[in-house]
Design a binder for this molecule. Sequence first.
Ligand SMILES: [Fe+2]
Length: 245
Amino acid sequence: MFFKQLATKEASLSYFFGCAGQGKAVAVDVVAGDEDWFIAEAERAQVRITHVIDTHVHADHYSGGPELARRVGAPYCLHESDRGRVQFDFTPLADDQVIEVGNVQIRVLHTPGHTPDSLCLLVTDLRREAAPWFRADRRYPVRQRHRPAGSRRPGTGNGWHALRQPARQILNCPMRSRSAPGHQAGSVCGAGLSGKPSSTLGFEKRWNPALALDKAAFVDALTRDIPPRPAEMDAMVRANLGLAA
Ligand SMILES: [Fe+2]
């Protein structure tokens, strides 16, 4: 298995990984303008891009996912809840769906919280062991700067449970599982994000203060001092949904 992380100009993190032996790879959270990087990396590794996945409809950058998918002839994938919301064809992914990419296995987890359509991808290198690394685009350990339309305020209705249930699925992974987040410090998608672009589940369980909070403290931490929405956010969301400017 190979695994590459690309830090983007918006402080989001993109991923390119796959099975070199069987010549297959997946591109995740591609930013518009970075498509050539993925194509060059695929050529260098002599792999075919079989899936292009966005972990949610992004609000902090223009997605390059649909364009890369078109150029390499791969399906562009989003969570199935985006059907009817996204105005162009995409391949819907369901919770617990497994995607085989040669000797790399991806288990899709629907993890609403950051946005209602958020996904985490549990990635396992079957050549090494049956337990996953994981690639998450989760936000529960940090405060959100924006709540995209349709997301709930944590602590209201099912919002709290919507955050906690997916967290439990991830926290049950092995402690050595590696976390590869969707954003790092500097992103408008979160406040208090670390500048270290990866972690392990064991480290986060031991040191992430948000994981030790009870419900009231968690809701307070998540909703206190939310900065204003970024100026370009509405235009980015509209573009990523395929709506007219
Ligand atoms: Fe986001």
